[in-house]
Design a protein around this ligand. Structure first.
Ligand SMILES: *Cc1c(COP(=O)(O)O)cnc(C)c1O
Length: 393
């Protein structure tokens, strides 16, 4: 059994006292878009956690091929503490948790998981306790994980953090670790709701199926041909691709994966499609026919190559939009690399890049980003008029 050691600053044995949450959220009945009504597992209810609709606007990233138009959908603006893509999934997941009478939420991710942070914040809004299983490097497992980036927000909202090693995650998978911690929490009298890694369960996918309804309303008649998005646990890309196919002619969906193998993601997507009642017999194709998953992990999950960081710095300086090093920076770098390799293939295309957030995760990369920022040299010593004779200091 994994030796999950709790590190958050409260005594592990006692449950939180009852928290009121922020008391502004009500469960709402949910109606699926007409084109999705025949899928299985249509959510019954949702919470409105995200600030929607998020904007869509043109995005003049340097070096686009001639005749190719790029726009961006700002899912980095779904909220402040709740920024990014995970909150769309949590609207349905936490509605189910509440509906089924759970009092606490349990999920899993990397040490700088945006998903874990969004889950912790949303749970606290709803007055629920959160328990986060976070994978960290072996030598750091018995230490306090610190307060960088997402961790600061998680710990401020009172999340309980449980660190595990990569080996433990590989051996027990997220399900096994979740079951182990859930058993311990039940012994303390809690009734935890398990949110899958990245929120990419069938119910989580509904967050991005529903996003396609929002996008349809925003961009009707604008002639988009392609959607590009980062892929980490694949629920976002799958929701987009399935929604796009069911809603109409279907856009080409390019999912730039930042970890694992293409085979792994296609398998996971096929499994989700089957659970959604969209197996190949029904849909006419498997995940491979529905979306294009592109390998973009470079050095590996959460490890940055200089060219990826250069891309982030260049795009920020040119457009003011900040991509994160773990997901969106790799996705955009993957997209522009493909465009540079074969510009002709992108002529006449109108591409929508879905910005899935991640700003808080980037604080952890400050040391690597510092030289790029300092190179721009825009910090100066301000010269001010000297003090007049006799003027008090
Ligand atoms: C989780 C995450 C993704 C990937 O979404 P999945 O649905 O897990 O594939 C992309 N970008 C950011 C910033 C994320 O936090």
């Amino acid at each position: 059994m994994a030796q999950a050691k709790e590190v958050a600053g409260r005594t592990g044995e006692q449950a939180d006292s009852v928290h009121a949450g922020c008391q502004m959220l009500q469960l709402e009945p949910y109606t699926a878009p007409a084109w999705a009504a025949t899928l299985k597992g249509v959510p019954r209810q949702r919470y409105r956690l995200a600030q929607l609709p998020t904007p869509v606007h043109p995005w003049a990233v340097p070096g686009l091929p001639p005749g190719c138009e790029l726009h961006i959908k700002r899912d980095d603006l779904t909220g402040m503490q709740l920024s990014g893509n995970k909150v769309r999934k949590l609207e349905f997941l936490l509605a189910e948790a509440r509906e089924k009478g759970h009092d606490s939420v349990l999920t899993i991710g990397g040490i700088q998981s945006n998903h874990a942070r969004a889950t912790a914040v949303a749970a606290r809004y709803l007055g629920m306790e959160s328990h986060l299983i976070l994978r960290n490097s072996d030598e750091l497992l018995d230490q306090d994980p610190g307060v960088t980036g997402n961790l600061l927000v998680e710990r401020l909202v009172g999340a309980h953090i449980w660190q595990v090693s990569t080996e433990e995650l590989m051996r027990l998978r997220s399900k096994g670790l979740g079951d182990a911690l859930a058993a311990q929490l039940r012994q303390r009298g809690l009734n935890p709701y398990f949110v899958a890694l990245g929120g990419s369960s069938v119910l989580g996918v509904w967050g991005y199926l529903d996003m396609m309804r929002e996008l349809e309303q925003q961009t009707a008649g604008q002639g988009f041909t392609d959607i590009a998005v980062a892929c980490g646990s694949s629920g976002t890309a799958l929701g987009i691709a399935l929604g796009s196919r069911l809603a109409g002619p279907g856009l080409r969906v390019h999912a730039y994966c930042v970890c694992a193998s293409l085979a792994f993601f296609y398998r996971h997507c096929d499994m989700l499609l089957a659970e959604l009642g969209a197996a190949p017999e029904v849909l006419g194709c498997s995940a491979e026919g529905l979306l294009r998953i592109v390998q973009a992990q470079g050095e590996g999950y959460a490890k940055s190559r200089p060219e990826e960081l250069e891309c982030i710095a260049e795009v920020a300086a040119a457009t003011g939009i900040i991509l994160d090093p773990v997901y969106t920076g790799k996705a955009l770098h993957g997209l522009v690399s493909e465009m540079a390799a074969d510009p002709g293939a992108w002529a006449g295309r109108k591409v929508l890049f879905v910005h899935t957030g991640g700003l808080l995760g980037m604080y952890d990369k400050a040391a690597q980003l510092a030289p790029l920022v300092q190179r721009a040299g825009r910090a100066h010593r301000l010269t001010v008029p000297p003090a007049a004779d006799g003027e008090a200091a």
